[in-house]
Design a protein around this ligand. Sequence first.
Ligand SMILES: *Cc1c(COP(=O)(O)O)cnc(C)c1O
Length: 374
Amino acid sequence: MLPYGRQSVDESDVTAVTTVLRGDWLTTGPAVAAFEAELARWTGGVPCVAVTSGTAALHVAYVAAGVRPGDEVVTTPLTFVATAATAALLGARVRFADVQPDTGNLDPDAVTALLTGRTRAVTAVDYAGHPADYDQLREVTERAGALLIADAAHSIGAAYKDRPVGTLADLTTFSFFPTKTVTTAEGGAVAAADPELRTRAARFMNHGLVREPALQREPDVGGWHQEVHAFGLNYRLPDVLCALGVSQLRRLARFRERRAELVARYNVLLRDVPGLTLPARRAYVSPSWHLYPVRVRHGRRREVYDRMRAAGIGVQVNYIPAYWHPVFEDLGYRRGMCPAAEAYYAEELSLPLFPDLTDAEQDHVVDTLAAILR
Ligand SMILES: *Cc1c(COP(=O)(O)O)cnc(C)c1O
């Protein structure tokens, strides 16, 4: 089955990993800082903290933002459930704002309508790798006294009005799952320009440990002394995976270019196929395409999904609206709440997109899809 996304791993990745395996530090070693530094080159210099997954990154970001029971977090339903689940786990009430019907990104006006004195954070998702409308989101979020979070699991390397992803929100989260644009197998990161947010993030992902004597309550106990001032978890990304991350980031420019090339080819090859809506793109963004999301009109998405899979083409659907999951349904969330997101979901189909997809394989995807729809 041709997958909808897959990693691109070459000998330089294998060498990077085996070098670490033969060394002294499997985790908490120098590869972590090296990966974080390499990552910051893609976030406009905004410092990053590596963690074990995109989900961990979201959890850490919400903790750093101070999300607690009674708070509200506004986000999009057109995302992987983790964007909302991590806020709900902290006791926040998740409020789903609808999306723009063409990009699938959070609609700033819909966000505005949901802001209250309890809104702690607004989390945008750069759906498919196309940045959300950050200027407007920043404006409405600031007015409400909330923090702006970017779930950039799809969009590493993208830019909005020439500003790179990582600089656009107070906290930005990344995922390095194998289908994403760069991979560490499992992995993620949080970027934050504000030192206080960054410190809270860095503490929480490492048990809450305070190691700086100047900040300890009992700094004179001895060299072994460390203190926990707030509970934390272990979300450390090991050196083995950080080394893979460094090696992958060195090829990100090429990954991004090849993905853009494949997107441009899809746009041309699918232009005249009936019953399809191709992905929208704002003139002021420079996407880093993670997905190629087409919409299949006339209620034929299920049929096209089944027939593509039967033909060996691993199409995917991104995403089931987050609040359709029974866990949210049981909390009283009802279908119909975000009609644009639901309409988008009803038609959405992600076609194969990854750097090693060949032109011939892509032609086969296009021909198969066109044959079904014509
Ligand atoms: C992949 C993804 C996540 C979760 O990342 P993991 O690394 O799989 O935990 C969160 N949000 C979005 C939008 C994603 O695509």
